[in-house]
Design a protein. Sequence first.
Length: 265
Amino acid sequence: MANIEQEKNNRVNIAKSFGSASKSYDVSARLQRFSGKHLMSWLPNRHDLTVLDLGSGTGFFTDLLASTYKQVIGLDISFEMLKFSEENRKESILWLQGDAHKIPLQNNSVDFIYSNLVIQWFEPLDEAITEMLRVLKPGGLIIFTTLVDGTLHELKSSWAKVDEDQHVIDFKTVKEINTLFHNEKSMLIEQKCQDIILEYQNVIHLARELKGLGANHLAEKKNRGLSGKDKWFKMTEHYQDFLEPDGIYPATYRLFSGLVVKLNH
Ligand SMILES: C[S@@+](CC[C@H](N)C(=O)[O-])C[C@H]1O[C@@H](n2cnc3c(N)ncnc32)[C@H](O)[C@@H]1O
């Protein structure tokens, strides 16, 4: 019971964190833009389809999907993200506030789910996958990207030299993702994993971008009262071990892209 409460609280924090980033998000979303576009080659050619953009954020890709597909639904847990989307995106899109662990849609009602850089936030992920498969029609697709273990390893190891707290979320391994999507109800039919290295002028620049993306809820929670300026300073010193010759700070994002089909039985 305590765990369920904790998971719910976590989701409220995630929604708040993304909500407060809804206006700054689009300018600091270099990674999201890259990964979302990269999924386009897997999109189905037919146009008469119902699509769910799961964790639609500011609706940038929901809007693109709506130029091709008949019915597009954008679902997000954050009210502010949805408000921003409603004001800035195509009127034909249906916006829904909801949790991926309890999708407010009927069984077998969606042709494909598009989800860009969202499922790393789902806890427990297997429950969210069960929900995705429930709303998908048989033969329907999940086209997604997520971040996997190895992401932000520079930040993680720099913090590890300072204290034992968790400053970066735990990303699943590629093996775990394979196991979760490969079961009696679904099959991971295509996958790709690549390291995207983004460059930052300093560690504050990186922290700001993570904050702008709303990806800071864990850091905020754990840092409170625990790691003051001194710890932060020490961490930035360790980060310098990764410095590139031109003085640029790299951060690795290990991007996993997957194409999943819901089996017919
Ligand atoms: C990194 S953003 C990606 C947004 C968008 N897909 C894009 O590519 O720009 C992640 C989004 O997932 C949403 N999110 C996180 N957990 C969620 C959950 N359990 N259910 C629905 N949405 C969730 C957040 O509110 C946020 O808008």
